[in-house]
Design a protein around this ligand. Structure first.
Ligand SMILES: [Cu+2]
Length: 124
Protein backbone atom coordinates (compact mmCIF):
# COMPACT_ATOMS: atom_id res chain seq x y z
CA UNK A 1 0.00 0.00 0.00
CA UNK A 2 2.65 2.50 1.09
CA UNK A 3 4.86 1.40 -1.75
CA UNK A 4 2.18 2.28 -4.28
CA UNK A 5 1.83 5.77 -2.85
CA UNK A 6 5.58 6.19 -2.93
CA UNK A 7 5.71 5.17 -6.60
CA UNK A 8 2.89 7.55 -7.38
CA UNK A 9 4.57 10.39 -5.52
CA UNK A 10 7.83 9.70 -7.34
CA UNK A 11 6.05 9.77 -10.67
CA UNK A 12 4.34 13.06 -9.88
CA UNK A 13 7.65 14.53 -8.77
CA UNK A 14 9.39 13.32 -11.94
CA UNK A 15 6.74 14.89 -14.14
CA UNK A 16 6.95 18.14 -12.22
CA UNK A 17 10.73 18.28 -12.67
CA UNK A 18 10.45 17.43 -16.36
CA UNK A 19 7.80 20.09 -16.83
CA UNK A 20 9.91 22.69 -15.05
CA UNK A 21 12.96 21.80 -17.12
CA UNK A 22 10.94 22.13 -20.31
CA UNK A 23 9.54 25.50 -19.29
CA UNK A 24 13.04 26.74 -18.47
CA UNK A 25 14.34 25.52 -21.83
CA UNK A 26 11.65 27.40 -23.71
CA UNK A 27 12.41 30.60 -21.85
CA UNK A 28 16.08 30.35 -22.86
CA UNK A 29 15.16 29.59 -26.45
CA UNK A 30 12.80 32.53 -26.71
CA UNK A 31 15.52 35.06 -25.88
CA UNK A 32 16.16 37.08 -29.02
CA UNK A 33 19.67 37.22 -30.43
CA UNK A 34 20.88 40.76 -30.89
CA UNK A 35 22.72 41.36 -34.13
CA UNK A 36 25.05 44.22 -34.87
CA UNK A 37 25.77 45.54 -38.35
CA UNK A 38 29.17 46.96 -39.25
CA UNK A 39 30.38 48.65 -42.42
CA UNK A 40 34.16 48.39 -42.60
CA UNK A 41 36.25 50.25 -45.16
CA UNK A 42 38.56 47.90 -47.07
CA UNK A 43 40.43 50.40 -49.25
CA UNK A 44 43.18 47.98 -50.32
CA UNK A 45 40.78 45.40 -51.80
CA UNK A 46 40.85 45.49 -55.61
CA UNK A 47 39.09 42.47 -57.10
CA UNK A 48 36.53 39.72 -56.48
CA UNK A 49 39.27 37.45 -55.23
CA UNK A 50 40.06 40.05 -52.56
CA UNK A 51 36.38 40.18 -51.67
CA UNK A 52 36.27 36.40 -51.29
CA UNK A 53 39.37 36.35 -49.11
CA UNK A 54 37.96 39.04 -46.83
CA UNK A 55 34.54 37.42 -46.61
CA UNK A 56 36.11 34.06 -45.74
CA UNK A 57 38.27 35.64 -43.03
CA UNK A 58 35.28 37.43 -41.51
CA UNK A 59 33.11 34.31 -41.47
CA UNK A 60 35.79 32.54 -39.43
CA UNK A 61 35.30 35.02 -36.59
CA UNK A 62 33.01 33.56 -33.93
CA UNK A 63 29.56 35.15 -33.90
CA UNK A 64 29.66 36.40 -37.48
CA UNK A 65 26.39 35.63 -39.21
CA UNK A 66 27.14 37.04 -42.64
CA UNK A 67 29.82 39.02 -44.45
CA UNK A 68 29.63 40.70 -47.83
CA UNK A 69 32.20 42.84 -49.59
CA UNK A 70 31.11 45.47 -52.09
CA UNK A 71 34.24 45.73 -54.21
CA UNK A 72 33.11 48.91 -56.01
CA UNK A 73 32.46 50.78 -52.79
CA UNK A 74 35.32 48.96 -51.01
CA UNK A 75 33.15 48.27 -48.00
CA UNK A 76 32.68 45.05 -46.06
CA UNK A 77 29.25 44.71 -44.48
CA UNK A 78 29.22 42.32 -41.54
CA UNK A 79 26.33 41.05 -39.48
CA UNK A 80 27.36 39.55 -36.15
CA UNK A 81 26.02 38.58 -32.75
CA UNK A 82 26.56 41.60 -30.52
CA UNK A 83 27.66 39.57 -27.51
CA UNK A 84 30.08 37.31 -29.41
CA UNK A 85 32.14 39.65 -31.58
CA UNK A 86 33.11 43.29 -31.83
CA UNK A 87 34.32 45.72 -34.47
CA UNK A 88 37.97 45.56 -33.52
CA UNK A 89 37.95 41.74 -33.83
CA UNK A 90 36.50 42.06 -37.31
CA UNK A 91 39.07 44.67 -38.32
CA UNK A 92 41.86 42.45 -37.00
CA UNK A 93 40.54 39.46 -38.97
CA UNK A 94 40.61 41.52 -42.18
CA UNK A 95 44.09 42.91 -41.41
CA UNK A 96 45.35 39.36 -40.73
CA UNK A 97 44.03 38.36 -44.17
CA UNK A 98 46.25 41.05 -45.72
CA UNK A 99 43.89 43.99 -46.14
CA UNK A 100 43.46 47.38 -44.52
CA UNK A 101 40.30 47.61 -42.40
CA UNK A 102 39.22 51.12 -41.41
CA UNK A 103 42.27 52.46 -39.54
CA UNK A 104 43.73 49.02 -38.90
CA UNK A 105 46.74 48.46 -41.15
CA UNK A 106 47.05 45.17 -43.05
CA UNK A 107 49.37 42.44 -41.86
CA UNK A 108 52.45 42.69 -44.07
CA UNK A 109 53.22 38.95 -44.15
CA UNK A 110 49.65 38.10 -45.14
CA UNK A 111 49.66 40.83 -47.79
CA UNK A 112 52.90 39.46 -49.28
CA UNK A 113 51.22 36.07 -49.72
CA UNK A 114 48.31 37.49 -51.74
CA UNK A 115 48.10 36.91 -55.49
CA UNK A 116 49.93 39.53 -57.53
CA UNK A 117 46.63 40.86 -58.90
CA UNK A 118 45.44 41.57 -55.35
CA UNK A 119 48.37 43.81 -54.51
CA UNK A 120 47.79 47.52 -54.74
CA UNK A 121 50.23 49.96 -56.30
CA UNK A 122 52.57 51.88 -54.03
CA UNK A 123 53.41 48.96 -51.77
CA UNK A 124 54.39 49.97 -48.25
CU1 LIG B 1 42.21 40.68 -55.45
Amino acid sequence: MNKRILVLATLVFAFAVAGFAQAKKQTTKAEPVKYELAAIKVESAVCNSCANTIEKALKKVGGVKSAKVDIDKKVATVKYVATKANLSQLETAIANAGYDANDTTRNKAAYDKLDACCKIDGDM
